[in-house]
Design a protein around this ligand. Structure first.
Ligand code: SF4
Length: 300
């Protein structure tokens, strides 16, 4: 009788710079219960963000509007892909209420891709920005939007109400985009950013971000940063990609913190005004630390 020996592939060790302590603050539970009370989704939970304990414990979260079902199935993302439900017309007011009760001075609103809707959910974003403005007029509003399939009317609909920060993630370098975001294109994302930068110069801060560790080269990252600058992007986030589940793209490399520092310095030298670069950085990580030019507040 033959004995079969199953050889498991070696598990990649998680480097020590990605080990972190979980705070035990009751603030985490308060944030969770407030979000539950208002029946709100967050990208923190839906995308299995590794910073959830830290952010929620400090009383901040990133709201995810348009439901928790995405019409796309990007290879890196943990958000559920299935047929979305109709938009909830009172969701913008609930987001605003949460922002007020949490006492946020920087409100980040993102949303799933709603390719099933003609405007891609742009009007819902706009209504959410307006509701937050009414509820917490002093707060900085940051939106992290999908590409709206490049629909300029949709992009305009959101940008026209002048969120202080308009964020759309490039996510990865040109070569890897078809693998990482098969329903998006590198150039279309650049065009989304360029449109806002050109139409609302000096009125909106344009932001983007990339995940590293998917197999990109240093030169490709530098090229992508140059493309973002050329499109008018002034705020950049660079973070380590972490595989949220076995069905998602594998981690090709753990990028050393020194490399993040080096790329961050390069980005500043290229003209980015604000750079967040580090293994745990996500699009909205420490977003409230942004020292924005207050002259831009409310588009004034
Ligand atoms: S980094 Fe952003 S998405 Fe992650 S937990 Fe913090 S606020 Fe949420």
């Amino acid at each position: 009788m033959e004995t079969s020996i199953q050889i498991k592939p070696p598990r990649r060790r998680i480097p020590k710079w990605l080990h972190f302590d979980l705070p035990t603050s009751g603030a985490y539970l308060r944030t969770r219960s407030l979000l539950n009370d208002l029946a709100l989704h967050t990208v923190c939970e839906s995308a299995k963000c590794p910073n959830q304990w830290e952010c929620w414990s400090s009383g901040t979260a990133t709201f995810m509007i348009g439901g928790d079902r995405c019409t796309r199935a990007c290879g890196f993302c943990a958000v559920d892909t299935s047929k979305p439900l109709p938009l909830e017309s009172d969701e913008p007011e609930r987001v605003a209420e949460a922002a007020k009760r949490l006492g946020l001075n920087h409100v980040v609103i993102t949303g799933v891709a709603r390719d099933d809707l003609k405007d891609g959910g742009a009007l819902h974003f706009r209504r959410s920005i307006e509701a937050v403005r009414r509820a917490v007029p002093e707060a900085v509003v940051e939106v992290l939007v999908p590409d709206f399939n490049g629909n300029r009317q949709s992009i305009h609909l959101v940008a026209e109400v002048l969120p202080e920060v308009f964020n759309h993630n490039l996510e990865t370098v040109r070569r890897l985009t078809p693998t990482v975001r098969h329903r998006a294109t590198y150039d279309r994302s650049l065009e989304v950013l360029r449109y806002v930068a050109e139409k609302f110069p000096d009125r909106i801060h344009v932001k983007s971000g990339m995940m590293l560790g998917l197999g990109e080269t240093r030169d490709e990252v530098i090229k992508a940063m140059g493309d973002l600058r050329e499109a008018g992007c002034g705020i950049l986030t660079l973070g380590q990609y972490l595989q949220p589940g076995l069905q998602h793209l594998p981690i090709v490399e753990y990028i050393h913190p020194d490399r993040f520092d080096e790329l961050g310095d390069l980005a500043r030298a290229m003209g980015f005004a604000h750079v967040f670069s580090g293994p745990m950085v996500r699009s909205s990580y420490h977003a409230a630390d942004l020292k924005l030019n207050k002259a831009l507040k409310g588009g004034a």
